[in-house]
Ligand binder design. Structure first.
Ligand code: PBG
Length: 342
């Protein structure tokens, strides 16, 4: 019997020889387990109030602070490239203690949401990041107590107002990113009460107090007051089980999609979250993760395209089906160029 398969003893006699299936590109495609779809990539975009030309962000090569007009052009191009979704971040001209630009119907993100809704209707999924750090003078994700710490419950009221303002302006999905306890439930209730029960919530459920958000802070002109950080409300990177508690709570409060952030540094968390829920799991390849690829590639130390593809694939393989990434446009362009298919 053993002659049929060759000798079963020893390395050379193994019945399974995976190398047989690595022999040609076509065979490799045939057996590939993972695929990145443009329709499941979300491009993070920045729109800034009070500028007349787009401004490049130094630490995020290829990414801009957009004007309302240049944002419209960018989104039209992304839609043509087959990118499924965009998520908007606003940079207001004036910041204040409570971040009123986040819920003002004339706030920059609300205006941009109206523009994009007018341009595309429901042809592209328009999301809005829901937080106040871009809008507060102190750079925290919530309002502060007299002692200077974030007041969780007072912040929830502001998030509820921001959610309704974003939904009224056309957001199809709102994405609370401040890690306040109870934020998903309060936002769900506020949306339903205002007649927006069809607007979905993508919760930044497992969001770590990461060092990888540096370039983003430049992108949105945020500096946390007094050298502060977010360790009091975002997760400690030493913990992964804690992420499951956060996800479970958000699901109970009505989250439609749960997110892990950052992505590449937390692949284990993505996998663990994937295993406990059947709702879509998103992951955010954050600004620092993107900037590291760009910086090393610009030195010629790594191959940009290989590493970019390898890392996006790793996020997908870990179990995220939706990926927020500054590489969205690059991915679409190179996949169209390499397959010849729009
Ligand atoms: C909060 C928010 C942040 C990011 C997304 N939403 C910054 C923070 O929590 O400090 C970071 C995204 C990135 O680094 O690309 N509004």
């Amino acid at each position: 019997m053993s002659d049929l398969y060759g000798s079963r003893a020893g390395i050379s006699g193994l019945v399974h020889r995976p190398r047989r299936l690595r022999r040609t590109p076509a065979i490799r495609d045939l057996v590939a387990e993972t695929e990145i779809r443009r329709s499941q990539l979300v491009a993070p975009l920045f729109v800034r109030e009070g500028i007349s030309e787009p401004i490049p962000i130094q630490s995020l090569p290829g990414v801009m602070q957009h004007t309302r007009a240049s944002l419209r052009t960018e989104v039209a191009e992304l839609a043509d490239l087959g990118i499924g979704s965009v998520i908007l971040f606003g940079i207001p001209e004036h910041k204040d203690e409570v971040g009123s630009g986040a819920f003002d119907p004339r706030g920059i993100v609300q205006l941009a949401l109206q523009d994009l809704t007018a341009d595309h209707g429901d042809q592209i999924v328009v999301m809005a990041d829901l937080c106040v750090d871009e809008y507060t003078s102190h750079g925290h994700c919530g309002v502060l107590t007299d002692a200077g710490t974030v007041d969780n419950d007072a912040t929830l009221e502001i998030y509820a107002r921001a959610a309704v303002a974003q939904a009224a302006a056309g957001a199809q999905i709102v994405a609370p990113s401040g890690m306040m306890d109870g934020q998903v439930g309060v936002i769900r209730e506020a949306l339903d009460a205002a007649g927006f029960s069809e607007v979905a919530i993508m919760a930044y459920s497992a969001k770590y107090a990461s060092g990888l958000y540096g370039p983003f802070r430049e992108a949105v002109d945020v500096e946390i007051a007094n050298g502060g950080d977010r360790r009091g409300y975002q997760q400690d990177w030493r913990n992964s089980r804690e992420a499951l508690i956060e996800v479970t709570a958000d699901l109970a409060e009505g989250a439609d999609i749960v997110m892990v952030k950052p992505a590449i540094t937390y692949l284990d968390v993505i996998r663990a979250v994937r295993e406990i829920t059947d709702v879509p799991v998103a992951a955010y390849q954050v600004s620092g993760e993107y900037a590291m690829i760009k910086a090393a590639a610009s030195q010629g130390w790594i191959d940009h395209d290989m590493v970019a593809l390898e890392q996006l694939t790793a996020i997908r393989r870990a179990g995220a089906q939706i990926i927020l990434t500054y590489l969205a446009r690059w991915f679409a362009e190179q996949s169209i160029a390499s397959t010849g298919r729009a």
